[in-house]
Design a protein around this ligand. Structure first.
Ligand code: UDP
Length: 351
């Protein structure tokens, strides 16, 4: 039997938090990758660390490019053809909910243009396989948990709507041209870091999300965690979310890509990536205290506008289609997040 050619995958946003973990897992699965990133919200040091984790025998290329700029589309087409790409994982984009409310046009322009240019480039390069980084935020507050992929889509902020519109666009693209194979991955709450402690989330400014905030309190960079509401209709009154270890999440991308590259049937599909169970804010704080052995002062404050009480995934489709499910526990998420925070208290800095 002829040896199968190695898949050659473009990873947009591959220096970012999730992208770096996806890059590592793609390399571990034997693929070659071309990271395309504008480093606007990520560090080139992440690339060194990806190489360090992946070892010597891997093929990692990097193209520093802003895909939101239409003038760069031709450069991407050239690079994709030169690389011999046969698919892409698309994670480049802006992701801060609050910022998207204040600057909606910037969000629509950046996220949608970037996708547009990537899809055009993949088309030109004849690489019509795409895994897209969507978000459970597309479900908004319109569904009972566990939420499955047939749930109503009603995002409640501009960031979420960019994800929703991109999903719609990709579904249209796939139905118009039967060569496309597309998967919209709807992430629940990615947390944690690579167990090596070498890559992780490096938020600029005060973190908006729970885990990076807890971690910065634990390390002494912030005084205390504000818990946004303890009067929700949940078992302990605090918000419940489906936290997923970023390494499990990254492996979900590899599983999705493998599925797309090997299945006969074409078109677009939507798949949740979550653990399929919820944890409250208080449970997350308690788990982080245990993992870090640090005191984590908290105070209860008012609910955060736009937050919902509870959301967690029905993770059945990913299991059925890809044979993928999460393997790591809340304790693993806290242990790995803490190791990253402790060993990189200021984020990515040259060794
Ligand atoms: N949360 C909190 N304090 C914070 C950040 C978040 O109590 O400083 C709560 C938030 O209300 C929600 C949960 O933690 O119930 C997860 O919030 P995050 O922003 O991480 O994710 P999302 O709301 O997007 O699911």
């Amino acid at each position: 039997m002829a040896e199968q050619a190695t898949d050659r995958i473009i990873v947009t946003g591959g220096a970012g938090y999730i992208g770096a973990h996806v890059a590592v897992e793609l390399l571990a699965s034997g693929r070659s990758i071309l990271i395309v990133d504008n480093f606007a919200n990520s560090s080139p040091i992440a690339i060194d660390r990806i190489r360090e984790i992946a070892g010597d025998d891997v093929d990692v290329r990097v193209l520093a490019l802003d895909l939101a700029d239409d003038a760069n589309r031709e450069k991407l087409i050239e690079a994709a053809i030169d690389f011999g790409a046969n698919g892409a994982v698309h994670l480049a984009g802006l992701k801060a909910v609050g910022e998207s409310v204040a600057a909606p046009l910037r969000y629509y322009e950046t996220n949608i243009r970037t996708t547009f240019n990537l899809v055009r480039a993949l088309e030109a390069a004849g690489a019509r396989t795409l895994v897209f980084s969507s978000s459970a935020t597309v479900y908004g507050d319109a569904n009972q948990s566990p939420v499955n992929e047939a749930g109503r889509l009603s995002p409640t902020n501009p960031y979420g709507r960019t994800k929703f519109f991109i999903e719609e666009m990709l579904r249209d693209v796939a139905s118009a041209d039967a060569h496309w194979r597309i998967c919209n991955l709807r992430y629940f709450n990615p947390v944690g870091a690579h167990p090596s402690g070498r890559i992780g989330e490096d938020p600029k400014g005060p973190p908006n999300n729970l885990f990076p905030y807890i971690a910065q309190v634990a390390v002494g960079r912030r005084e205390k965690l504000s818990i946004f509401g303890d009067d929700y209709p949940t078992p302990d009154g605090t918000g419940v979310r489906d936290y997923i270890h970023v390494v499990d999440l990254a492996r979900g991308h590899v599983a999705a890509l493998q599925y797309l590259l090997t299945r006969e049937e074409k078109g677009a599909l939507d798949v949740n990536l979550g653990a399929g169970r919820g944890h409250s804010v208080l449970e997350a704080v308690a788990a982080f205290r245990r993992a870090s052995n640090r005191d984590i002062p908290t105070q209860i404050v008012a609910r955060r506008p736009g937050d919902i009480a509870e959301i967690y995934a029905d993770a059945g489709r990913a299991a059925d289609l890809f044979g993928w499910k999460t393997e790591k526990s809340l304790h693993d998420m806290c242990t790995d997040h803490w190791r990253w925070q402790r060993e990189n208290p200021s984020g990515y800095v040259e060794d």
